[in-house]
Design a protein around this ligand. Structure first.
Ligand code: MF3
Ligand code: CO
Length: 373
């Protein structure tokens, strides 16, 4: 409801040009205010540092607008420097001529730099997914969800994590997909299976036999026609202790608290803050080093989704932003141990249990839609 109201006030429509202002950058502010005055900008966010990726993510306008902004920025910056430099000069004509020449150089440089930026930062500018891309991601996610449903049916005491890996590889390939984990930066398997004190990136092995009382995260990712999906679930094997079961359940609720904070034109930092606050209130800690990520055309895209972020910070969530939320919650301290010789497996430093759930979503005009879970 609240987001709808905000939308109406700002008269935002599809294709609106949104620009984030930087408090420390006077030329940027001037350039954006000028744009706002001639109507190319619908919403000005002033006084909050959001990082350069925010600008790209929320700049849903045309590239021409970007060029105009750079031009104005260049001119403003140029004149700011020149006013300082030439104050007090006697030959007025000479001053005017120099200012004119320098401004032209600044303007040309600004346009060239902008064009270069646009040519080489396509990945950042594609942070917002098109409806066609979202359809492609959904087809990929259908396989990813199917794989996890299959694991849910078959998992239990006596199963090895190697067997889970094979189920996943076979199902994914039979459905025309490729497991995204396989060969990802040298990762040797098709899935991550993280048991008890393993925080993430547990590597399936014939030696790891699931036993009564274990909690295990199965984290699965699929590529279909170049589109990526990624989600993970926890499984309790047989009779699990009350405290472990509570960790698993509350971790899911922490994820849901984060989800509730996903709002179009809201801030990404609020998502991590909500989950963190919830987990902390349950007496658990949140892993700081790993987080969610943008996803869709690549496995791990911008933005990084911290689960220990501060409220009121981070990227603006424009409709079309596609990312994961995947908090790793520890029963004891948040400290982790990354010294496993295999280079992947992460454990809690105190060897107490850790749990994680992961969903993939896209921000919509009214809220969000889950793509994989
Ligand atoms: N699926 C993990 C994630 O949620 C990434 C695993 S990368 C791997 O982002 F190489 F370890 F598989
Ligand atoms: Co992920």
């Amino acid at each position: 409801m609240e987001s709808k109201k905000k939308k109406a006030e700002n008269n935002l429509t599809k294709g609106s040009v949104i620009r984030v202002l930087f408090t420390f950058s006077v030329p940027f502010i001037i350039a954006n205010i000028i744009q706002a005055l001639y109507g190319a900008v619908d919403l000005l966010v002033i006084g909050r540092y959001c990082g350069p990726e925010s600008v790209a993510a929320v700049s849903t306008g045309t590239q021409v607008t970007q060029i105009i902004t750079s031009l104005i920025t260049g001119l403003t910056l140029g004149s700011t420097i020149l006013v300082g430099k030439y104050t007090g000069m006697e030959e007025e004509e000479e001053v005017k001529k120099t200012i004119g020449t320098t401004l032209t150089i600044f303007a040309i440089a600004a346009v060239i730099l902008t064009v270069l930026m646009l040519l080489f930062t396509d990945r950042i500018l594609f942070l917002l997914k098109t409806p066609e891309e979202i359809e492609g991601i959904k087809k990929s996610a259908a396989i990813n969800i199917g794989v996890l449903d299959l694991v849910a049916e078959r998992i239990g005491a006596g199963v090895t994590t190697e067997q889970i890996d094979k189920w996943i590889y076979d199902y994914t390939v039979e459905h025309g997909g490729i497991p995204a984990d396989l060969d990802y930066e040298g990762y040797p398997k098709s899935v991550c299976t993280s048991i008890n004190e393993v925080v993430c990136h547990g590597i399936p092995s014939p030696d790891d036999v699931l036993k009564d009382g274990d909690i295990v995260n199965v984290d699965c990712s699929t590529i279909l026609d170049g589109y990526y999906s990624d989600s993970s679930r926890m499984f309790c094997i047989g009779e699990v202790s009350d405290e472990k079961r509570r960790l698993v359940e509350e971790t899911k609720k922490a994820l849901e608290a984060g989800l509730a904070a996903v709002k179009p034109w809201g801030l990404l930092g609020d998502v991590g803050a909500a989950g963190h606050e919830y987990a902390h209130a349950q007496g658990f800690s949140v892993v700081r080093e790993f987080g969610g990520h943008g996803i869709g055309l690549e496995f791990h895209e911008d933005p990084f989704v911290s689960h220990v972020s501060e409220p009121g910070t981070g990227m603006v969530l424009a409709p079309g932003c596609c990312f994961t939320i995947e908090p790793m919650i520890n029963m004891g301290s948040h400290d982790i141990d990354m010294t496993d010789p295999n280079g992947w497996t992460v454990r809690t430093a105190d060897r107490k249990p850790s749990a994680q759930w992961e969903v993939q979503l896209v921000v919509t005009e009214t809220g969000y839609e889950l793509l994989s879970w």
